[in-house]
Design a protein around this ligand. Sequence first.
Ligand code: ZN
Length: 197
Amino acid sequence: MDAEKRKEYARNYRATHKEEIKAGKKRYTESHKEQKKATDHKNYLKNQEKRKASAKLYRAANLEACNQRSRDYHEVHKEERKNHRLNNHVIYWARNSIHKHRQAGYNVEFSADQLISMAATTKHCSICGQELDWSGGKGRAGWNSPSIDRIDNNDILRLDNVQIICRHCNTTKLDRTMAEFVKYCKMVVDKFSEATA
Ligand SMILES: [Zn+2]
């Protein structure tokens, strides 16, 4: 068989055995995953200095363009960064809220992820309606910072018997049930409506 014929034979073989070849490649990749990872890592380490040096050269030659790109990137991802900070704060808040209630002896039946989902849809205090501050600023928590509250006084916390309320309401309500708290508020309203009538 001459060279041309061999080439043509190979071409035909590839054309008629497409699926087998594909499957064979896939099998090979699967069974050599670890080797590939090791080789890639070895090459990565080997070329580290080289990469650093050429990046440095490139940056020196294109300083203004590089700075502009970094300013553009910063601007484009502003919202993302803000959301990232916010989301991480909510994650921290959720884990901490669950932890604190467990420490206090309550049985918490929902996960942090479930509480995070609840937080995502709770923009306002479930009692007074004031907008909640989810920004998680540093320092002492503000009066409209969110906290979880038990609607009844069950020792088991479930998604259907907790609500997210502001610190003002939580400090006022303490461990009263919603029914007791509403009764108390009504007493205050009645007393002062009489006084101002
Ligand atoms: Zn409130």
